[in-house]
Design a protein around this ligand. Sequence first.
Ligand code: MN
Length: 331
Amino acid sequence: MSQAESISALLSLLRERKSFLITSHARPDGDAIGSAVGLMHLLDAMGKNVQVVFADPIPLIYSYLPGIKRITHSLPATPPDAAILLECDSIGRTGFDHIAAHLTINIDHHKSGRHFAGFNWIDPEASAVGAMVYDIAVASGIGISADMATCLYTAVLTDTGSFTYSTTTAATFALAEHLVASGARANEVAQAVYFSNPPSKIRVLGLALNNMQLDGEVAYGWITLEEMARAGAVPEDCEGIVNYLIGMSGIETAAFMREFVTENGELEYRTSLRSKGSVDVSQVAERLGGGGHRNASGCTLPGPLDEARKRVVAALHAAGSSVSAVPSQTL
Ligand SMILES: [Mn+2]
């Protein structure tokens, strides 16, 4: 199916049904939340019954999103006509074991996306799922409300690394222009997302950067539970630390590992990978049991920390990051 055919088939499915559940992945990010609440506004405007349910808490920085308070954390007792899963490769990715619904709809932009649902629309070229929701809204003829625009702008801003990843094209800026013209509050979004961090986030960043190691073109770092406790940090405070590691001259790939305890009491490492583009870190993540995009991906590795570090650095070298350092440019 072409993109246009997928969108029109999806719109028919939405129009034919009355009640919807929208959800996205565990540990939700700006795209998961912005696209879910943005789609909620669209379905509201179509006169549908909509519930937005996330398994995990919503990071406080997204409190400004119009309609965010309608998000709940438990599934409805009655199965909806359709459950829409945004950027998930399986039901399990939502953090729920099972979602009862008459139809499941999967909308995703990950290269590692899977056709697990009753209806699937996967576009690995899309800059964000928020951009795919935007395409649905435009095709619906309903138009973009100011509230929807703020949600979708948040999704695209955060998922393109503030319009810097290789998925950022002229179409991304055209979309951003249309969203701002439709009432998206770009400055308010930037203030909330980038300039409202709690002190614990900056403290944990300092401890994490203190652990930084360079190995050829690979930069990597980690944070232990002891260090997180010292910083008074929660897991969401560690989001984005990897972007500092990839931000160095001569570095092509970066990994950041956050220690956590599993239900079985084992130490494991939630690992974020980044690439400047020469290495496809979605393939590295898939080899290690995770997934994602060419420039940004993730996986979870078992301990001990030293083994996990060696595995991820070896995988990044095997994928093409040079083992010898490129001399930094000097002025
Ligand atoms: Mn996304």
